[in-house]
Design a protein around this ligand. Structure first.
Ligand SMILES: NC(=O)c1ccc[n+]([C@@H]2O[C@H](COP(=O)([O-])OP(=O)(O)OC[C@H]3O[C@@H](n4cnc5c(N)ncnc54)[C@H](O)[C@@H]3O)[C@@H](O)[C@H]2O)c1
Ligand SMILES: [Zn+2]
Length: 719
């Protein structure tokens, strides 16, 4: 979090020049930090409305103290510098921002200003276009002789990021201009955005993969376009609306709306809600119509953009520092409403997170009836969350409270504040459940061993038996490095789960038997035949016997990846031994507990997860049923490996050329070494390939033995 500027209690005109300078400087720093998060990292920490308020104050300071307005001022700048991660493209015509307005009155002033500037007669109509302001990120696409040659983000307006390969994966962006006679050079500009539906799907996938979710569709769109790997961009269904242009060798129209028709002609989508207006009243009418329709559009917009229609007049009007004089963004007010919190429900996510949902007395916000809102997490309700995730210090949220809800562009509204004066007598602090409402298992907040901090999210420990998580867990269970059942992909699991055929892991192994008995036979499924069914059953049969490490990994115990599974398998040799030890280790004073935590490579977090897993009665039942179906192969008691690296800790760094990282790791482990991710005093050997950086430096500093790949092979042989 940036240092929050203490909100000055004084209005701008009460400040001394010194105070103004100090505040201007502090605000500038704060805004720059938000810009960095928003433009560079695609992860803002404050809402756009809050950001706009900071900007407004900053501009007001410069308005009254013009000496603060230097060329370094943020009022002179657009966006943020292009990221170093990308190649740069210099814009032949700068990509600018837009002046903002919030009140209807400001729209009137905007039109009057333009009339004065052009000395336009009072009774002569002046035409504007009014169109939705799409909340995405702008992109400039250059076509030469009708062919797409480059695509760049706005960056700081002068220079953007080269995202050509990524832009080519967007369906709405033609690779070749359609229609006839495109200008030799035609730079098309517009907005890349994501629909609400696709945004929700992307976040679901992010969550399922344990990756951070995006705050809103804009960030998700920006994060998706600004990828170093165009394949990732291609997997995200980005959309594009064209609404402007940069360099054009021969202008094909002389009005804004005429240019929209041209863009359409060349194969672009242009927004259908664009209107021509010839008075302020018409502009405002269209603004309010769009505002009312906003929730039904299926994508985020954050206002309406007015533009002078006549391109000659646009030319005459020109620019003021960072925005054209002929355009205005009329933003929608943040949408807030007051209602009563009637209850709190806990929704269990696909990865076991317990998500609190506010049940609200239905209330209309911006034309939409809202009856649910997110409460984020336990700490948010308690009023102790960090990271801006709290309403106000120490203010908790209780059932019966009168609350202020906020519906921003995002899809899920949130509870923003509590009206404490209206708290009913006897309202009690909310007790967050410690058991999963979906399966009854314990729900815990993990402690990050590195920071010692509790995770904000409470998670169900039910794993495979929790219906809320079952599908994801089943997918993991059959995945490549677990049971690896051919023909049981993610989609099949989804189908079988929905049809009630496979809901628990053991069901997979009774599928053939049940099929033989049932009338509802797999052979009768659409697109299936005897052969496909036979193949599936054969694939399942082939896995009735499984290696111990794979079996442990397949269980999906939190924090047990392949490596820990292998370590546990090697240490205990059989599943029964592991199970017994884990149960005995429930007593933290026990020998078994000491033994578990002493296994090399198994830290306290993993040990705790193992203990928790075997503590659950549901898991025990599932295991009994599963073990009645499959044979878990025992492992030889760990052979004392006799190799020059046995018992040593090895770190691989840099790019390896003779083996993959995984191979290297497997090899070292086979030879009895422990492979670590970072260099510490405990490290014995660092194997460094080309490009090794900080780890190499650290090794030198600690005096750790360093060798290259050849050195490694010389030491351990090519076995
Ligand atoms: N929350 C944060 O931390 C944070 C930080 C930085 C910026 N922001 C947000 O970004 C805004 C400033 O960004 P900005 O400089 O891009 O200005 P802007 O978003 O207010 O307006 C300019 C942009 O509007 C877009 N646009 C969408 N539809 C358009 C249309 N039909 N015609 C023309 N342009 C259209 C273009 O991409 C253009 O670059 C702030 O007002 C704030 O809302 C938020
Ligand atoms: Zn559960």
């Amino acid at each position: 979090m940036p240092a929050k500027t203490a909100p000055s209690l004084k209005s701008v005109d009460e400040l001394t020049p010194r105070e103004a300078r100090a505040e201007h400087e502090a605000l500038g720093r704060e805004i720059a930090e938000h810009d960095q998060r928003y433009y560079e990292e695609d992860a803002p920490t404050i809402s756009d409305a809050e950001y706009d308020a900071l900007r407004k104050r900053y501009e007001a300071l410069e308005g009254l103290f013009p000496e603060l307005k230097t060329s370094e001022s943020l009022t002179q700048k657009v966006g943020a510098k292009a990221s170093e991660k990308f190649a740069k493209i210099r814009h032949r015509m700068p990509m600018l921002s837009l002046a903002n307005a919030f009140a209807d009155e400001e729209v009137k002033e905007f039109v009057e200003r333009i009339r004065r500037f052009l000395q336009w007669k009072a009774d002569k109509p002046l035409v504007f276009t009014a169109e939705p302001k799409i909340d995405g990120l702008s992109l400039s696409i250059r076509y030469e002789k009708g062919k797409l040659v480059t695509a760049a983000t706005r960056g700081d307006g002068a220079e953007g990021e080269d995202v050509t390969a990524n832009a080519r994966t967007v369906d709405d962006i033609p690779h070749v201009l359609k229609g006839s006679n495109p200008p030799d050079v035609f730079e098309v500009r517009g907005e890349v955005y994501l629909s609400h539906k696709d945004f929700a799907a992307i976040n679901e996938r992010q969550e399922a993969a344990g990756k951070p979710v995006f705050a809103n569709p804009r960030n998700a769109a920006a994060g998706s376009l600004r990828q170093l790997d165009p394949k990732i961009t291609a997997s995200r269904p980005l959309c594009f609306f064209a609404y402007a242009w940069g360099e054009v060798s021969a202008m094909p129209a002389d009005t804004q709306h005429g240019m929209m028709d041209v863009l359409k002609h060349f194969g672009f989508k242009v927004n259908p809600l664009t209107r021509r207006c010839s008075s302020v009243a018409e502009m405002l009418e269209h603004y309010h119509a769009i505002e009312t329709d906003r929730a039904n559009l299926g994508y985020d917009i954050d206002g309406v953009v007015y533009k002078v229609d006549d391109l000659n007049l646009q030319q005459r009007l020109g620019f003021v520092s960072r925005s054209p004089r002929w355009a205005l963004a009329h933003k929608f007010p943040a949408q807030k409403a007051v209602t009563v919190l009637e209850g709190i429900e806990i929704n269990v996510g696909r990865t076991g997170s317990l998500n609190p949902i506010a049940r609200l007395r239905p209330v209309t916000v911006g034309g939409v009836v809202v009856s649910n809102a997110t409460l984020h997490n336990e700490d948010y309700i308690k009023g102790i969350g960090g990271n801006g995730e709290k309403i106000r210090d120490g203010v908790d949220i209780r059932i019966g409270d009168t609350v202020i809800i906020h519906r921003a562009g995002d899809v899920i509204p949130k509870v923003l504040d509590v009206v404490l004066e209206k708290r009913p007598a006897g309202a009690k602090p909310y007790e967050f459940p410690t058991q999963c409402p979906a399966c009854g298992s314990h729900a815990v907040r993990e402690v990050n061993p590195r920071t010692g901090k509790e995770d904000a999210v409470r998670r169900c420990t039910g794993g495979l038996i929790c219906p809320a998580q079952a599908r994801e867990r089943l997918k993991h269970f059959v995945s490549r490095n677990a049971f690896d059942i051919e023909g049981m992909g993610e989609q099949r699991i989804d189908e079988f789960y929905e049809e009630g055929l496979v809901q628990r892991p053991q069901d997979i192994f009774t599928l053939a038997e049940r099929n033989a008995r049932s009338l509802k036979r797999l052979e009768n499924r659409e697109g299936w035949g005897e052969t496909s069914v036979r193949n599936l059953f054969a694939a399942i049969e082939a896995r009735r016997s499984i290696a111990l490490n794979r079996f442990i990994f397949a269980l999906g115990i939190p924090h047990i990846g392949e490596t820990s599974a292998r370590l546990l398998a090697r240490h205990f040799g059989s599943f029964e031994a592991l199970r017994e030890a884990a149960k005995a280790a429930a007593d933290p004073e026990s020998e078994a507990h000491a033994e578990l935590t002493a296994i090399g490579g198994i830290g306290p977090v993993v040990a705790e997860a193992v203990v928790e897993f075997f503590k659950e009665e549901h898991n025990e039942e599932m295991l009994d049923a599963l073990l009645a179906q499959v044979n878990v192969e025992s492992m030889e008691a760990p052979a004392r490996v006799n190799s020059p690296v046995a018992g040593k800790t090895v770190v691989f760094t840099g790019s390896l050329e003779q083996m993959t990282r995984e191979e290297a790791k497997a090899m070292a482990e086979r030879l009895g070494a422990k492979v670590a991710g970072s260099v510490s005093k405990k490290t014995d050997i660092v194997v460094a390939g080309p490009g090794a950086g900080s780890k190499l430096a650290k090794a030198a500093e600690l005096g750790v033995q360093v060798m290259d790949e050849d050195g490694w092979f010389a030491l351990v042989g090519r076995a």
